[in-house]
Design a protein around this ligand. Structure first.
Ligand code: NI
Length: 184
């Protein structure tokens, strides 16, 4: 007999990293919210918690659909077909990405955003976000448009980030070592 856990077991996905073409493709809109989409969102949350990270977009596990998940305060949230309808202010934050492990880059982006998206119940919702959550929304939305952090960096940062990332990816650093690149 199967243990009860098996019924809820979900396929484990690897997180795709920089260089994988799925990360630079535009994701498709979700048309039908069916069991597949629900299972996908569960798998995404599992991958996100395992990493661990605060947010994860579907292309990061190789699925070109407009879905992202996040958890910034203990509550897992899944959003579909998101778009930013308003943004204002400026805020500097040290941004990291599960698909570019080991690199944290200080970036300036809008401080507040108003996000419109569809939840798993099919309802269109709006979320006002500030600082960390606003940054997370902008970062995950970029993933759905095939945009990685490198494209948001200044040219000087990008040059340094690419060479640091190469060093990290080539195993030139110890496991778990991180590199911080300030705003310049
Ligand atoms: Ni990311």
């Amino acid at each position: 007999m199967l243990s009860p856990q098996v019924a809820f077991q979900i396929v484990a996905y690897d997180i795709r990293t920089f260089g994988d073409p799925v990360l630079t493709s535009v994701a498709e809109q979700v048309e039908n919210i069916d069991g597949k989409i629900v299972r996908l969102s569960q798998a995404m949350l599992q991958a996100m918690y395992q990493a661990p990270g605060l947010g994860l977009a579907a292309p990061q596990i190789g699925v070109q659909k407009q879905i992202f998940v996040y958890d910034v305060d203990g509550v897992p949230v899944t959003l579909l077909n998101p778009r930013i309808v308003e943004s204002r202010g400026e805020w500097v934050y040290d941004e990291g990405c599960l698909s570019i492990p080991g690199l944290y880059v200080e970036m300036l982006r809008p401080k507040e955003v108003l996000l419109e998206a569809v939840d798993l119940g099919g309802n269109t919702i709006q979320i006002e976000a500030d600082e960390l959550l606003a940054r997370l929304f902008q970062h995950e939305l970029d993933h759905l448009n095939g945009v990685l952090m490198f494209e948001r960096m200044t040219p000087d940062q990008r040059e340094e980030a690419l060479s640091e990332y190469k060093r990290i990816a080539d195993g030139g650093t110890s496991e778990g070592e991180t590199r911080h690149i300030g705003l310049k």
